[in-house]
Design a protein around this ligand. Structure first.
Ligand SMILES: NC(=O)c1ccc[n+]([C@@H]2O[C@H](COP(=O)([O-])OP(=O)(O)OC[C@H]3O[C@@H](n4cnc5c(N)ncnc54)[C@H](O)[C@@H]3O)[C@@H](O)[C@H]2O)c1
Length: 284
């Protein structure tokens, strides 16, 4: 199957990055969210990213205009009717994703592949909400999508070899490096990463050190480019709490129990960079 049209569901930090890379690949790309304000915010972020490339001499104004020209805003899932590949990047919540997959399954053409950018939810369970489980796959991009090379590819129990190959090739065309792993809660990436981030949040909760010190210790001592607290704010504390809860219930192992402080930040609406405040303050 040749991919000509891609639809990205969710114009948040991951969705707009995925749409940018899809349009850069040369594919007509629809960017969907539940209202036009959110879609416009996503498109504005793409324009800002591309403009930065132009300023640095990494791409031309013409190239930027061509990429922006391939992006179409949408607030209706009906636009999936002629898509070849649909990549879902909405909130990390199974019930919400289930509703969207059921609708997409009814609208999308029979040949279309439904990919999910979920960080932790079982691909097999998401696939089972559709009548095409062989055509459902995990395509886990990293944040920020235009910069990070990895796409973690996760097959559900029913995902076909053909669909796996198409998605592997599509990831390479997008300039990414696909690496597969099995369908376990949190996959490889978040099973490792979120335990570290959660431990940093436990340290913060216990008053072991302030967030700046925790980050400096991990940056200067372990050569991490970013400390776990700053990384948590970049990912989004709501997303991290959802991932930890998926792993906590999925493995039944207390090592994934979320720090009470993480829960409190989410209750307060301090979700990280996307809300201007998380562990750190970004309002200035
Ligand atoms: N943030 C990260 O670093 C990261 C990395 C890899 C994967 N992911 C995954 O990508 C997905 C999106 O994460 P994000 O960080 O972009 O989140 P986000 O909060 O920035 O954006 C989510 C977007 O989905 C939209 N949306 C569209 N349809 C929706 C619906 N029916 N119900 C609710 N929301 C709807 C929301 O309006 C919002 O704009 C999640 O599954 C997350 O686990 C996130």
């Amino acid at each position: 199957m040749e991919i000509k049209k891609v639809m990205v569901i969710g114009a948040g930090q991951m969705g707009n990055g995925i749409a940018q890379v899809s349009a850069q690949t040369g594919w007509d790309t629809v960017l969907y969210d539940i209202n036009m304000e959110l879609v416009d915010k996503g498109l504005a972020n793409i324009a800002k990213n591309l403009q930065r490339d132009v300023s640095k001499g990494k791409r031309t104004e013409e190239d930027m205009a061509a990429i922006m020209g391939r992006l179409k805003p949408s607030t209706t899932l009906d636009d999936a009717a002629d898509a070849d590949l649909i990549i879902e990047a909405i909130v990390e919540n199974f019930d919400i994703k289930k509703k969207v997959f059921e609708q997409l399954d009814a609208i999308a053409p029979a040949h279309a592949i439904l990919a999910t950018n979920t960080s932790s939810l079982p691909i097999t369970q998401i696939a089972a909400t559709t009548k095409r489980p062989a055509q459902v796959i995990g395509m886990h991009f990293m944040n920020p999508v235009p910069v990070m090379k990895l796409v973690e590819i996760i097959r559900g129990l029913a995902t076909s070899d053909e669909v796996y190959q198409i998605i592997e090739e599509a990831s390479i065309k997008m300039g990414k490096v696909p690496v597969w792993c099995k369908d376990v809660p949190g996959f490889v990436s978040n099973r490792v990463l979120q335990v570290m981030i959660n431990e940093a949040l436990w340290e913060l909760y216990e008053g072991v050190a302030p967030a700046e010190n925790i980050d400096n210790i991990m940056k200067l001592g372990m050569n991490h480019p970013m400390g776990p607290c700053a990384l948590a704010d970049l990912i989004g504390l709501d997303t991290i709490l959802s991932i930890l809860n998926v792993m906590y219930t999925g493995y039944g192992d207390p090592k994934y129990r979320p720090s009470p402080l993480l829960k409190q930040y989410v209750q307060a609406g301090w979700l990280g960079r996307k809300t201007g405040k998380g562990i750190f303050d970004y309002s200035k």
